[in-house]
Structures are given as C-alpha cells and as structure tokens.
Ligand binder design. Structure first.
Ligand code: C2E
Ligand code: CA
Ligand code: CA
Ligand code: CA
Length: 277
C-alpha cells in the first residue's frame, strides 16, 4: 500500500508490497514491466546549499505493479540487477531522463539530471556508446547529465573502472560516487578515479546535527571533497539543523525530504520556480 498525501505524492507504508517476496514471480513480472508501461521516473531536487536554488535532480525509478501497487525500489532493483532485467530497464531510464532534460532545457530550465547506474550496466562493454547515443538522440548537452555509480561498483574492478570512468568523462558527463563512505573508501583510488562528485551517504547525515561519529565523518568527507576539488552532495537531508550543519562544513549541495520528496514529472515541474527569461 501507499498513502496519498495532500500534494498528490505517495509515501510508502509497510503493506502488501512488502510480501512480494516470491523472487521468481517478481523476476517474471519485471521482464514485462517495461513493455507493459508499468515503470516511471520520479525526480528529487538537488539544492545548492549556498544559494538555495534547485541545481538539478536525481532520477529515481518506480514500478507500479497492476496487482501489487508500488513495489519498493529496494526490493525490485536488486532483483532486476540479479536477473539482468536492469540492463534494458536502465537503458530506458537513461533515454527517458535525457529526453526530459532536453525538454526542460528547451523551456529555459537547464537542470542537471543524475541517473543511477547499476553494477550490471557499468560493466557492459557498450556502456559508453549507450550514453553517447542517449545524448545524441535527445540533444541533451553532456554537462547536464550526471551518472551516479556506487563505491562498491567502481571498486569491483579498479583497473577497468578507471578506463570506463575516463571514457565517460571524455564525453563530458559528470560522475558521482554514490553512497560514499559505506564501501571501501580509499584515498588512493579516489585520486585515480576521474569523478567529479561525492555523494555523502545518508547514514552520516542522519544524526550529524548531534555531533559524534556521523558529524565527524560528514566533516571529513566534505574536507576530502575540497582537497580533491570534488563537489559534495549530502543525501537524506531531513531537517533544517542538518542543512545548517552541512552549510557550516562547506558542503556544496543537499538532497532530501527537507526540500522535496521524489516526485513524478508533473509534480516536480510544478514545484520549480518559473523559468528565467
Ligand atoms: P540511492 O541512489 O542512494 O537513492 C537515494 C534514496 O534515498 C532514494 O530511495 C530516495 O527516495 C531516498 N531519499 C531521498 N531523500 C531522503 C530523505 O530525506 N530521507 C530518507 N530516509 N530517504 C531519502 P529510493 O527511491 O527508494 O531508491 C533506492 C535505491 O534504488 C537508490 O538508492 C538506488 O540505488 C536505486 N535506484 C533507484 N532508481 C534507480 C535506477 O533508475 N537505476 C538503478 N540502477 N538504481 C536505481
Ligand atoms: Ca543515487
Ligand atoms: Ca545514495
Ligand atoms: Ca543508498
């Protein structure tokens, strides 16, 4: 189940979709989710902490199952990765997001859109061509596309990751290390990886306003970003106290329920200020 809020967005409550535990059934249904038009994208704003402006958005995949309703992303995405269904689905996410980014650009709203890449996609031999094709087809300028790749994904095969990341950078897209701080953070690899953004995992934002380890780690990640000239985005910002603490540390951007929930395209667009002249 999901509960409809006043603004029309949905929040998940524990319910029947949690019992979609039959992995085979889920995998089977996922095979057809794309062609049956059950997938959609939500957009969550990324805020420039210094100016308060919406600088971009993360693109988050949603699945509305005809019988089961909204299936939790943390249930179906790992399954899609396991079955390989994430590869065609991920391509659709990329194409759809680029087309949307181009529409916003044409309306005078140049938003940088961040698309998540799974490990299965990242290791595909034609990944760079896929990204290039999505950019060409949509006409989205590469600087308006960011790819979020988890620390765990890039650490799986460091040598080939460096090459793939470099080839993606050569296209002109931005690269973010997602969930930073939860994997094997190593300064040596960070220096070698041609990435542009660190996304501070929300487990360190949660509770950082009370000091202690989360605050110390958040501070260290922000400093690391400054030393390596990487922009730092804090995820999961839920309170003004957290935002204030992050601003004091010099964190560049923030994303979280404090600013906006992930929303379907119409609601997200309606929440933006009118496009500039
Ligand atoms: P992620 O990339 O770390 O995405 C951030 C998650 O944090 C999202 O969960 C978002 O809804 C949630 N979030 C944002 N702000 C807050 C907040 O203030 N508080 C809390 N508690 N949570 C917040 P979501 O949408 O359920 O997605 C879960 C994961 O599924 C994502 O984690 C990402 O790893 C994966 N995912 C989502 N869309 C895609 C996609 O298109 N492709 C791939 N490969 N993975 C995706
Ligand atoms: Ca992400
Ligand atoms: Ca993340
Ligand atoms: Ca995460």
């Amino acid at each position: 189940q999901e509960a409809k809020r006043k603004d029309g967005t949905c929040v998940y409550v524990r319910g029947m979709y949690d019992r979609f535990q039959d992995r085979q059934a889920m995998a089977r249904d996922l095979e057809h989710a794309l062609e049956r038009d059950e997938l959609l994208l939500n957009y969550q704003a990324k805020i420039d902490l210094a100016s308060g402006d919406v600088a971009g958005a993360e693109v988050l995949l949603r699945w509305h199952h005809p019988d089961r309703g909204a299936v939790r992303p943390d249930h179906f995405i790992p399954e899609a990765e396991h079955s390989g269904a994430i590869v065609p689905i991920g391509r659709w996410v990329l194409e759809t997001a680029c087309a949307q980014g181009r529409r916003w650009l044409d309306e005078g709203r140049p938003l940088k859109l961040a698309v998540n890449l799974s490990a299965a996609q990242f290791s595909q031999a034609d990944l760079v061509d896929q990204i290039k094709a999505a950019l060409n087809r949509s006409g989205l300028p590469p600087h308006l596309l960011e790819l979020e790749i988890t620390e765990t994904t890039v650490m799986m095969d460091m040598e080939s990751s460096v090459q793939t990341l470099q080839a993606l950078r050569d296209l002109g897209v931005s690269l973010a290390i997602d969930d930073f701080g939860t994997g094997y953070s190593s300064l040596t690899y960070l220096r070698r990886f041609p990435v542009t953004v660190l996304k501070l995992d929300r487990s360190f934002v949660d509770g950082m306003e009370h000091g202690g380890d989360p605050a110390a780690i958040a501070a260290a990640v922000v400093q690391l970003g400054q030393v390596l000239s990487l922009s730092v985005v804090a995820e999961g910002v839920e309170t003004e106290a957290q935002a204030e603490a992050l601003r004091r540390l010099g964190c560049d951007m923030a994303q979280g329920f404090l600013y906006s929930r992930p929303q379907p395209v119409e609601q997200f667009q309606a929440s933006l200020p009118p496009p500039g002249p």
